[in-house]
Write a protein that binds this ligand. Sequence first.
Ligand code: DC
Length: 229
Amino acid sequence: MNKIIIAIDGFSSTGKSTIAKQLAIKLNYIYVDTGAMYRAVTYFALENDFIGDDFFHSKKLIQNLDKVSITFRFNDIKGFAEVYLNGINIESDIRTLRVSQFVSPVATLSEVRRMLVKQQQLMGQYKGIVMDGRDIGTVVFPEAELKIFMTASAETRAKRRYKELLERGHNLNYEDVLENVTTRDRIDSTREDSPLVKANDAIEIDNSELTIEEQLDTIINLASHNISK
Ligand code: DC
């Protein structure tokens, strides 16, 4: 069977990772969560005081990017790859609202994007990969055989994210989560370098009213046309 690249892009909290993860398991493909890589750089910036509530020393962050090594290691118990920063597992540290609040400004930096895009392209060089993010079908793999663009209303997405964070034991309120989702949408779609846009050849799926199984069936159906070509 020929292996393909599946690019899944879309707004924050559209459930891209959930679908991409399960898709990769079903197809026996590698799954890469590129948002985790931007979050890892953001975590590094916060830890080193390059960014904070009222400052962003972007030049310092850029100068120190050679100290950032991001790797993924598969966790057999959880069934997916976790992200490591310089050899330390930071999978749960990057999922906080604090990291979410600073990740979009960090992701506007071209130097950060260039470094991460290069790494993502290497990970997909042998195909057989499901990658989710914002610019996978437009910048990272413009030649991907299958491109999906996920959407859902901001309220639906904020409710999902809120529930997920509560379940993980975070203490927060829904308004802050909704505000974070809409602010990130705005920054991600209007930034100069690689803004979040739907690729011309991407297939849009609004999953506000779809179950995970329905989404998986749709995408596997679409993928099977490319895999058997
Ligand atoms: O998918 P996520 O919510 O974990 O992504 C976090 C942020 O990272 C998102 O708000 C924008 C940025 N991002 C990006 O700019 N390009 C990507 N390919 C993936 C994420």
